[in-house]
Design a protein around this ligand. Structure first.
Ligand SMILES: Cc1cc2nc3c(=O)[nH]c(=O)nc-3n(C[C@H](O)[C@H](O)[C@H](O)COP(=O)(O)OP(=O)(O)OC[C@H]3O[C@@H](n4cnc5c(N)ncnc54)[C@H](O)[C@@H]3O)c2cc1C
Length: 318
């Protein structure tokens, strides 16, 4: 099925190849990303299935940039919007299944790229698979976790990932062993424009009640320490070697710092907030101000963890 939303069908057909799924011209990203700010996608594309996505990307002009997004829990979309194609996976690609592992008695979790971390952690718990509990605290998709090497409490995605299936920018479907992703802290070598459509994880056999208790502990700890119900983008900066970004930000006097409706969270000062009407430019400029103050106070140059995508608005950095 081809469904075109909010655009003349002829305009889509001249610009983009056909897609099994939906295509929206100037599709809003601010409607769903966590900060609720930023401009639209030139083309917001929601494929129905992997093969449809692969055929679409194979036929798409190689000059057109492609950006996959999950739920935008680690994303600043700039106010001028994202040129080219933004791919958002459908619920149909959020399936989670359990299968046997290679070692006797071991089991694995296979998850679609659109599955949420909590769903995968819960499925692992129900199957008595330990080691995936940290995904309970990561409010993004598996595609985002694989790309970001998301992690918490001393574990990250690289510790549990066996292999990943992706659709490359030129439309081939490939399965890569985790080692090929070149993982380091909050970083992978996933090629630009490649869309993660499935991941295979492995843990160790565990007691369901103990796994559940650990997930509950993580949830409670998060509730106490993070602004979970705010418009935010998660950890703004990576922790520098041997240090904590939040402690440096605090020491530089930035807790609660404001720029318009953008604020450094009082609760966890490595989180930025949109208090209501912040623009993405406000949030990004506040982040840069924090970086400058931390550099001046401690000499440390913080590195952005949040992915910043798209273009500034025409009127420049407001
Ligand atoms: C309250 C809160 C708490 C958080 N806690 C943690 C934490 O403890 N640890 C941690 O690591 N992170 C944390 N985060 C950040 C965030 O949840 C993770 O980085 C998550 O993995 C991002 O997933 P997403 O689906 O939201 O990706 P997005 O934010 O939409 O995108 C992030 C990056 O992933 C890419 N991407 C997304 N989907 C795909 C895909 N299918 N294929 C290829 N690339 C893709 C995007 O292009 C972008 O580069 C937190 C965020 C919030 C808001």
């Amino acid at each position: 099925m081809v469904e075109h939303v909010g655009v003349e069908v002829s305009a889509v057909c001249t610009a983009l190849p056909p897609l099994r799924g939906t295509v929206e011209h100037q599709g809003s990203l601010a409607d769903f990303i966590w900060f609720r700010t930023g401009g639209p996608a030139e083309w917001l594309v929601r494929p129905d299935d992997v093969q449809g996505l692969a055929a679409f990307l194979a036929a798409l002009d190689p000059e057109v940039p492609v950006l996959p997004v999950g739920v935008g829990s680690n994303l600043i979309v700039r106010d001028g919007g994202v040129p080219g194609v933004v791919v958002r996976l459908p619920k149909a690609m959020a399936k989670v299944t359990i299968e046997p592992g290679i070692k006797e008695g071991s089991r694995r979790v296979r998850a679609g790229g659109a599955a949420m971390g909590i769903t995968v952690a819960s499925a692992a718990r129900d199957a008595g698979i330990a080691g995936l509990e940290f995904l309970r605290g990561i409010p993004g998709t598996i595609g985002g976790a694989v790309r970001m090497n998301a992690g918490a409490y001393g574990r990250d995605t690289s510790n549990i990932l066996i292999e990943v299936t992706l659709v490359t920018r030129n439309g081939t479907v490939e399965t890569w062993p985790a080692a090929k992703l070149g993982y380091t802290y909050r970083h992978s070598e996933l090629p630009a424009g490649a869309v993660v459509v499935e991941a295979l994880f492995e843990g160790t056999p565990g007691d369901k009640a103990e796994i559940g208790a650990e997930m509950d502990r993580i949830a409670a700890e998060r509730e106490a320490s993070q602004p979970l119900r705010s418009r935010t983008g998660g950890s703004t900066f990576k922790n520098p070697d041997g240090g904590k970004a939040w402690a440096l930000i605090d020491a530089a006097g930035c807790r609660g710092l404001r720029r318009g409706d953008a604020q450094v969270s009082e609760k966890h000062c490595n989180f930025l907030l949109n208090l209501g009407n912040a623009s993405s430019a406000d949030i990004e400029a506040l982040g840069e101000e924090v970086r400058a103050r931390v550099k001046a106070q401690s000499g440390v140059e913080l590195e952005w963890e949040i992915q910043r995508v798209g273009m500034l608005a025409d009127d420049g950095d407001k």
